[in-house]
Design a protein around this ligand. Structure first.
Ligand code: NDP
Length: 493
């Protein structure tokens, strides 16, 4: 047995450290018992009278009851958005539109603690991440697109950009406020109005955002929020007066939406799943690479479309990387999302936990070797420990399917060509990571990877100025940067 293998048998957990808990107070969040739909700047009861609970993944506490929108409600939302578009918003001087976006950005900053606590409560992600990633990036997106609002003629010279009209936006549960910001900020900057549908399991920050819109005195109807399940999303997609659909979610639903939109003339962008390759060459700075691997797959419990869920390690450093990785996994603190020391929070929903468990069982049945560091999981709520699979064949489901959980599959390669071939062996093409000391190798490998985003010697870095999106079954269209503005405009060429 190799020396590193022997060392792995010892507990990787440094026993000397026992952190005291450092819980963030939830007092700052004032929740209503019940939330209606935000239509035309007012709260409205759903026509069905139906409500469903939004539940905290950390302890299954019911946080609030949230309205279920039906076809009639979606129709009201679209009418409100159309009315706002025609009667004011699209004709407003662009510099005035920009002021609203700047205002929203500043209010998000001012209320960032409140939003961060609510995001962690409703979604299960560690407060450290919602505080340090989701909130600053959400505000940054509004700031960024506020800057473009009155410069569209310069952004797209000689093309006479015009807004499309009403944008229907459907977002998932993994980055509720951030996905909202990615979608609403460019849509408004371009002069469109919006009907937004948050995910069923994480609607609360979108509902709190409605309060930000009021605070910013955004004209009524410019942004409408309809909560509910997938049926509400489907109603938005098929509504004849919606001009553009922007969707982030599963490839399966993305395909359904694509079919529904075909032939209607609606403009569409889809940001779907991923199965990203994180490639470690033998000359990479291994300690940093291990941090990148951990960040790539355990950030947000792996509920990340661009998660580095397939790790490719060059053979000479395989054992060393694995030993370092296992040791690092032993220091990850899994637990209460509101504890400031937590690294890995709760799984977003019971359904998602079951999906992860099913795929992990398939990995074991197909013959992969599983490793999970010793860790105590809370008794209540939905949890899954950080997991790594070795002895993985490329055909295994855990190497092919999006797990969307804290589960990493490790494979090896010998040459750059082999790395590229294996990395591209997936129906997806959203993101990838390359770790090597050589700049020329980064460029040559990155060029050959069929992935919309390639990170070099880092992972999961986001910036509002940088476009994000996929190839193949990861969807099409880009969010972020000028690329993210164009899909909300039409041009007179
Ligand atoms: P979905 O694709 O079902 O959900 C994404 C959004 O679409 C939600 O708001 C959802 O509403 C809505 N939706 C569902 N069905 C329809 C429909 N027919 N028409 C229009 N909108 C619809 O993802 P899931 O939550 O079911 O997650 C399943 C898997 O998808 C995950 O395990 C993961 O692998 C992947 N996923 C990928 C994401 C990504 O960012 N690429 C994000 C989320 C999931 P509601 O929540 O109310 O059902």
């Amino acid at each position: 047995m190799a020396e590193v293998e022997k060392r792995q048998d010892r507990s990787p957990v440094p026993s000397a450290f026992e952190y005291a808990t450092a819980p963030e107070s939830r007092e700052i969040v004032r929740l209503e018992e019940r939330y209606g739909l935000f239509l035309g700047g007012e709260w409205a009861e759903p026509s069905s009278g139906e409500y469903a609970p939004s539940v905290a993944p950390r302890d299954e506490e019911v946080l609030a009851e949230v309205a279920y929108a039906g076809a009639e409600d979606v129709d009201l939302a679209v009418r409100a958005a159309r009315d706002a578009f025609t009667n004011g918003w699209s004709d407003l001087p662009a510099s005035e539109r920009a002021k609203y976006l700047f205002r929203i950005a500043r209010i998000l900053q001012e209320r960032s603690r409140e939003f961060a606590v609510l995001e962690s409560l409703d979604g299960g992600k560690p407060i450290r991440e919602s505080r340090d990633v989701d909130l600053p990036l959400s505000a940054a997106h509004f700031f960024y697109y506020a800057g473009w609002a009155d410069k569209l003629e310069y952004a797209f010279p000689n093309r006479r950009p015009r807004p499309l009209g009403v944008a229907g936006q459907i977002i998932p549960w993994n980055f509720p406020l951030l996905m909202l910001s990615w979608k609403i900020a460019p849509a408004l900057a371009a002069g469109n109005t919006v009907v937004l549908k948050p995910a069923e399991s994480t609607p609360l920050t979108a509902l709190l955002f409605a309060d930000v819109l009021r605070q910013a005195e955004l004209p009524a109807g410019v942004v409408n929020v309809v909560t509910g399940d997938g049926r509400a999303g489907a109603e938005i997609v098929k509504h004849p007066d919606v001009d553009k659909i922007a969707f982030t979610g599963s490839t399966e639903v993305g395909k359904e939406i694509m079919r529904a939109v075909a032939g209607t003339g609606k403009s569409i962008t889809l940001e779907l799943g991923g199965k990203a390759a994180n490639i470690i060459f033998d000359d990479a700075p291994l300690d940093q690479a291990v941090e990148g691997i951990v960040n790539g797959i355990y950030f947000n419990q792996g509920h990340v479309c661009c998660a580095g869920s397939r790790l490719f390690v060059q053979e000479p450093v395989y054992e060393e990387v694995l030993a370092k990785l296992k040791r690092r996994m032993g220091t990850l603190r899994v637990g209460d999302p509101l504890d400031k020391n937590t690294d890995v929070g709760a799984i977003n929903s019971r359904e998602q936990l079951e999906r992860i468990e099913e795929l992990v069982s398939s990995g074991e049945e197909e013959g992969a070797e599983i490793y999970q560091p010793p860790c105590r999981l809370p008794e209540k709520g939905w949890w899954f420990p950080p997991t790594v699979f070795t002895n993985v064949a490329q055909s295994y489901r855990i190497a092919q399917e999006e797990i969307f959980g804290p589960v990493l599959s490790v494979l090896t390669f010998r040459t750059p060509d082999e790395a590229v071939e294996k990395a591209n062996n997936t129906p997806y093409g959203l993101s990838a990571g390359v770790w090597t000391e050589k700049g020329s190798r980064i460029l040559s490998v990155a060029q050959r990877l069929r992935a919309g985003v390639v990170w070099a010697n880092t992972y999961n870095r986001f910036d509002p100025a940088s476009p994000f999106g996929g190839y193949k079954e990861s969807g099409f269209g880009r969010e972020g940067g000028l690329h993210g503005l164009a899909p909300y405009l039409e041009f007179e060429e």
